[in-house]
Design a protein around this ligand. Structure first.
Ligand SMILES: C[C@@]1(CC(=O)O)C2=NC(=C\c3[nH]c(c(CCC(=O)O)c3CC(=O)O)Cc3[nH]c(c(CC(=O)O)c3CCC(=O)O)/C=C3\N/C(=C\2)[C@@H](CCC(=O)O)[C@]3(C)CC(=O)O)/[C@H]1CCC(=O)O
Ligand SMILES: NC(=O)c1ccc[n+]([C@@H]2O[C@H](COP(=O)([O-])OP(=O)(O)OC[C@H]3O[C@@H](n4cnc5c(N)ncnc54)[C@H](O)[C@@H]3O)[C@@H](O)[C@H]2O)c1
Length: 212
């Protein structure tokens, strides 16, 4: 498995099936601003609501060969294994990225469990060995890495810009961060003492500057 993070803004994506599993996949695609089409003869109330709101397109039909054309990414979440398999094989033939929610062998990509805090994304995969462990780890990591890590990341991103202007070589910047982002600083973050953590980084910038 080769992990990547994909931009899906306005990218045409299709979901086959209109049940509870399809809904989960639709929600994560919409959160990524994808252009989502659902192909299914019937859908749940929640999906119907999204369609009414204009959040996604609906082709009200069973899957037929050719329906996958024009999509960059396809998720098969019907309860009809034959339809899932047919669609996945067609998609693979056309180099369309495909996930079949309960058949890893037919997937060109699988979905990880996801923890998000602002710009921070932590994903967990078990190579399909135990999705239940992925879920358990998501819950544990969400407790461990709460909203403060998202706030800290926002601060770090601004500090990083300052560091880029202060230290001109990439090697110096790498060296700086390896020394500045210490266990001590991250312990302050864990205790939600963001101001103090930032102060430590600023102190390190001054020290590094006077050394060079
Ligand atoms: C991470 C997560 C993301 C998501 O779904 O978006 C995800 N499954 C989740 C949960 C979950 N799924 C299942 C259970 C019940 C326990 C169990 O069966 O073990 C639970 C646990 C629960 O829900 O409590 C059933 C299940 N899943 C797959 C099979 C087929 C098979 O293994 O052969 C079966 C049996 C179906 C059956 O028996 O009919 C296959 C896949 N599931 C994957 C992803 C991919 C590999 C991920 C990895 O590398 O670990 C892969 C390969 C394909 C894919 O879906 O991409 C999501 C975490 C949600 C969260 O964050 O809470
Ligand atoms: N629900 C779960 O917790 C769960 C967990 C793991 C795996 N799964 C598997 O995921 C699949 C989907 O689960 P679900 O709970 O969303 O199912 P569901 O029965 O609620 O929904 C199935 C959907 O597929 C649509 N469909 C059926 N044949 C189709 C076709 N030929 N073309 C297009 N759409 C078609 C139906 O109209 C329906 O909207 C099932 O195979 C299930 O075994 C479900």
């Amino acid at each position: 498995m080769y992990p990547i993070n994909m931009r899906l803004d306005n990218v045409p994506c299709a979901v086959l099936g209109g049940g509870s599993i399809a809904l989960q996949k639709i929600q994560s695609l919409l959160a990524a601003s994808a252009d989502v089409t659902i192909i299914a003869p019937d859908v749940t109330k929640d999906i119907e609501q999204l369609i009414t709101e204009g959040a996604l397109h609906w082709r009200r039909k069973k899957y037929e060969i050719g329906d996958e054309k024009g999509f960059t990414l396809l998720i098969c979440a019907t309860d009809d294994m034959t339809a899932n398999q047919l669609a996945a094989e067609e998609a693979q033939r056309q180099h369309i990225l495909v996930n079949v929610c309960d058949t890893p062998a037919l997937c060109t990509f699988t979905l990880p469990a996801v923890v998000r805090q602002g710009e921070l994304t932590i994903t967990i995969s078990t190579n399909g060995a135990s999705p239940a462990l992925a879920r358990w780890l998501r819950i544990a990591l969400t407790k461990e890495y709460g909203p403060v890590y998202g706030h800290w990341l926002t601060r770090l991103s601004l500090l990083r810009k300052e560091v880029q202007q202060t230290f001109l070589s990439s090697r110096d910047r790498q060296n700086f961060w390896q020394h500045a982002l210490t266990d001590e600083v991250m312990e302050l973050v864990r205790q939600e003492k963001i101001e103090e953590a930032e102060e430590q980084i600023r102190h390190a910038i001054s020290s590094f500057r006077s050394q060079s």
